[in-house]
Design a protein around this ligand. Structure first.
Ligand code: PRP
Length: 230
């Protein structure tokens, strides 16, 4: 790993600190009971979506939290920047990280990756007769895999957000995106056609970190596991 030149919000050197990467967004509130159960108290800014900070102190000098985009959590863990990550199973399915493992389903951040279309098209029975479909999505690999399994070639338009706008503006007729309450689909005149996968948040670790820092990581994992059983 490249030696960092700026410091984390702790007085301890990096090798004595456990860095936990969490995805920003609505999951943060669901993480609170998990942290409480593990005796972790993040600084107030951690829960403030407007804060420009990216790394946060906790009540423990040896634990620091970082907040990243959901798709970036596995990269931070894989490259040794973080020791533990909280990552959606949808994100893990999208990328193939050989050096990561995900031992624990936290049972939070539950949602589904779904195919959706404008209400008027969603029940079109002829749709599956087409051999080619154009889809807007952030989940290019999972989408291609899903359609390939049905013998359909998916041409994906990669978007990073506001995917529900794509059919309205004529980029495509179908999207693949996360659905939780279904409110965003409804507000944009779309309807779920099919669930591609159910997803929830998992704890991820790199095999190297687990081997070299097991003593520090195990109690945190045990706390998360106990909290997830509640
Ligand atoms: C996600 C997803 C949908 C929305 C679905 O976006 O991309 O747009 O949530 O949730 P709902 O079914 O409860 O309406 P998010 O709000 O996380 O922001 P993003 O577009 O930055 O990913």
């Amino acid at each position: 790993m490249i030696q960092p030149v700026t410091s984390l919000p702790t007085s301890l050197p990096r090798e004595e600190v456990t860095v936990i990467a969490v995805p920003k967004g609505r999951i943060l509130k669901e993480l609170l009971p998990l942290f409480e159960h593990s005796g972790l108290q993040p600084e107030d800014d951690f829960f403030d979506e407007d804060s420009r900070k990216l790394s946060f102190a906790t009540n423990r000098e040896d634990v620091v939290l970082i907040r990243t985009r959901s798709f970036d959590v596995p990269s931070f863990v894989s490259f040794g920047g973080a020791d533990i990550g909280i990552s959606g199973s949808d994100v893990l399915a999208e990328f193939n990280y050989d050096n990561l493992f995900s031992p624990l389903d936290l049972g939070i951040g539950k949602c589904r990756l779904s195919l959706a279309a404008p209400v008027a098209l969603a029940d079109d029975a002829n749709f599956w007769n087409d051999s080619h479909v154009r889809v807007a999505t952030k989940y290019v690999n999972s989408t291609r895999r899903f359609f390939a399994g049905r013998g359909v070639q998916a041409e994906c338009i990669k978007l990073n957000g506001a995917i529900e706008l794509a059919p309205t503006l004529g980029l495509c007729r179908r999207i693949v995106d996360l659905v939780s309450s279904g409110a965003t689909l409804k507000a944009n005149g779309l309807k779920e056609m099919e669930v591609i996968m159910e997803a929830s948040s998992r704890v991820i670790l790199s095999r190297v970190a687990w081997k070299t820092r097991m003593e520090a990581l195990r109690p945190l994992l045990e706390g998360f596991e106990a909290a997830s059983r509640k």
